[in-house]
Design a protein around this ligand. Structure first.
Ligand SMILES: Cc1cc2nc3c(=O)[nH]c(=O)nc-3n(C[C@H](O)[C@H](O)[C@H](O)COP(=O)(O)O)c2cc1C
Length: 374
């Protein structure tokens, strides 16, 4: 048994978390074609309810923001009912759960969207191809349509409506996805925002305007204590380019610091030490993710982040996929199971809800400590 900072409680907004181990958002494609989460999704998240906080996979706020086929939505009454089953199962298992709202912007393809149209982003700059499309296919990327001011206004309204739907569906809050190449990130990055209007590249204030508007509008609608934001400054995923993330993200974090948000969820990467650089600009709760584009985060790495004061909580992605009882395994210094990569993006329970928990009768002496890389 170990007594580590990861296993100490934390008060996040109005929620008391029993530990500081957050389940990171992870897309798994287990929704019906209309975007309603399948029943197996409730089972999957309920199995992981011992996380201090679960953040769901990215969910499109409206079908104009659908980045991929069989990703879930939070737009219709069917979606709300489907997510209600999920939040109900997680709460019944003693957990807490936020919905990640993920608008794809330029990410998306007519072959993978219910609207079957060309997606819109800040500027007509396509993702590097080829891209995955529905039913396991691949296709050349399409050049997105440049969003009009009306599209931008509507995208803000769609996030607000989806956030309200999330609360109606029983979520404890929402995380706005400003990371990893999706719409908010596309406004922040150099190569995906070539606009010359007030949402464009002329000044840092313009570049961060969309992010500030979305976050502020959602916080006003559902309460700042139920609103979180994820950022991944400098993450090159899907062809994103940010030559000098520091000034942009410092300005953004400073602009949002006074809102009283539930948390900022920051992803570090090898090009820009976001956690070290931005910590001084943020006075609220900070969740660190240290694994993006690296090996899966280990217990030791998470513990080091907390010990050095770089964050208050740590999010784990891949380790949580393969270990539904991750906090208990950390507590018992137990070996971690590895991911079934072949079933990461399939649609059933295989490689999703079939990872075994530790035998509850086992004592720490029965468990052999091996590598924690999942
Ligand atoms: C299968 C998979 C799907 C992911 N989907 C999302 C997503 O929907 N939203 C998001 O913000 N990050 C997503 N990520 C990134 C994770 O949240 C996390 O940052 C990453 O896995 C690194 O953490 P780890 O080292 O603990 O795995 C995904 C990662 C994986 C492995």
């Amino acid at each position: 048994m170990t007594n580590t900072l990861l296993l100490t409680p934390y008060d996040l907004g109005t929620l008391r978390l029993p530990n500081r181990i957050v389940m990171a958002p992870m897309t798994r494609f287990r929704a019906a074609e209309d975007g309603t989460p399948l029943p197996v999704v409730a089972e999957y998240y309920a199995q992981r309810a011992s996380a201090g906080l679960i953040i769901t996979e990215g969910i499109w706020p409206s079908r104009t923001g659908q980045a991929g086929w069989r990703m879930p939505g939070l737009e219709t009454p069917e979606h709300v009912r489907g997510w209600w089953a999920v939040t109900d199962a997680v709460h019944a298992a003693g957990g807490r759960i936020f919905a990640q709202l993920m608008h794809g912007g330029r990410q998306g393809h007519p072959l993978s969207r219910l609207t079957a149209d060309i997606p819109a982003g800040p500027s007509p700059v396509p993702v590097p191809g080829p891209v995955h499309v529905r039913d396991g296919g691949k296709a050349d990327p399409v050049s997105p349509r440049a969003m009009t001011r009306e599209d931008i206004r509507q995208a803000v309204l769609d996030h607000v409506a989806a956030a309200r739907n999330a609360i109606d569906a029983g979520f404890d809050g929402v995380e706005l996805h400003g990371a990893n190449s999706y719409l908010i990130h596309q406004f922040l990055a150099d190569n995906t925002n070539l606009r010359d209007d007030e949402y464009g590249r002329r000044t840092i204030e313009d570049r961060i305007r969309f992010a500030v508007e979305v976050v502020t509008a959602v916080a006003e609608a559902i309460g700042p204590e139920r609103t979180g934001l994820r950022l991944s400054p400098g993450n090159p995923q899907f062809g994103m380019e940010e030559a000098d993330p520091g000034p942009v993200y410092r300005a953004l974090v400073e602009a949002l610091d006074g809102l009283g948000l539930a948390y900022l969820h920051l992803t570090d990467n090898d090009r820009y030490p976001a956690l070290t650089d931005l910590r001084a600009y943020w006075h609220g709760a900070l969740i660190a993710n240290v694994g993006e584009n690296r090996e899966p985060t280990t217990k030791e790495e998470g513990e080091a982040v907390l010990e050095t004061g770089r964050a208050d909580l740590v999010s784990y992605g891949r380790a949580f996929i393969a270990n539904p009882d991750l906090p208990r395994r950390f507590e018992q210094l137990a070996p971690l199971q590895t991911i079934d990569a072949a079933n990461l993006y399939t649609h059933g329970g295989d490689g999703y809800t079939d990872y075994p928990r530790m035998d509850s009768r086992a004592t720490p002496q029965d468990l052999v400590v091996t590598s924690q890389a999942g």
